[in-house]
Design a protein around this ligand. Sequence first.
Ligand SMILES: NC(=O)c1ccc[n+]([C@@H]2O[C@H](COP(=O)([O-])OP(=O)(O)OC[C@H]3O[C@@H](n4cnc5c(N)ncnc54)[C@H](OP(=O)(O)O)[C@@H]3O)[C@@H](O)[C@H]2O)c1
Length: 275
Amino acid sequence: MTEARRSKGKKRTRIAFIGGGAMGEAMVRGILGKKMAVPQDMVVSDISSVRRELLSREYGVSTLADSRDAVKNADLIILAVKPQNLHQVMDELKGLAPEQLVLSIVAGATLSSLCQGLKHSSVIRAMPNMPAQIGEGMTIWTATTETEQRQKELARTALGALGKEIYVADEKYLGMATALSGSGPAYVFLFIEALVDAGVHIGLPWDMAQQLVIQTILGSTYTVAKTGKHPADSTNMVTSPGGTTTEALLQLEKRRFRSPILEAVAADYEESKRL
Ligand SMILES: NC(=O)c1ccc[n+]([C@@H]2O[C@H](COP(=O)([O-])OP(=O)(O)OC[C@H]3O[C@@H](n4cnc5c(N)ncnc54)[C@H](OP(=O)(O)O)[C@@H]3O)[C@@H](O)[C@H]2O)c1
């Protein structure tokens, strides 16, 4: 039985993507993987013919160069272009039907700028992060008051295809989350790199150090996530009095390990408000 026949009877969701780059592709992959839609109900508009060819070859979705054609009959329109291309796209898409839902993942594009630019009121603003590209993302999202509950559920399913998602009623949290989970992967990659360097510095082969660090970070993360306790509780459990860990922690405390992290996130947030 074909995918299209199997989904017969279920209400079909027609999805249009404007922008089929790294994040657009991650969403196409995730949505197909979660069987939220079938390729026949998905269309991607991208100005790049290379991207169009790749997406139709890899995922069987329709691809178009014209965004206006792509959104015809779509229930959900996902905006996944770079911020500098958003204005042009919004100009092209003006005049959507009221029941069409727009979901933007464009960094920094606020609900009011999206509503104004599109002359449309059913709009979701989401901020995913880079691990969304492998289905392990963290997305925070919000919606206009005009967005209906069933549309929010549609957005939740689409964003869930990228990893975990959190809905917030107040848009102010998206700017803050951008500084934490949006830019967060960069902080974590830097920490991984530094820890691997530390292992190499004391004599471990690089690939062994990298393996040790990755599993240590995954295991520690799962420990905090599964116990739900304050991380300090877990730190105490690996710190014996007068032992080696306490010596290492002393060095980190002496160099004020936490302050630059707090200041870096605050600087990111301030910069995002300035932009
Ligand atoms: N990458 C991340 O980790 C991440 C995380 C959170 C949020 N985001 C947001 O997600 C959005 C997409 O990011 P990305 O990394 O996927 O960017 P990307 O890889 O550059 O993808 C954007 C795609 O849109 C195409 N495009 C440009 N103008 C267009 C137009 N008018 N109509 C249709 N397609 C057009 C681009 O083609 P050309 O390359 O030929 O211009 C490109 O293929 C951005 O707004 C970003 O802020 C990204």
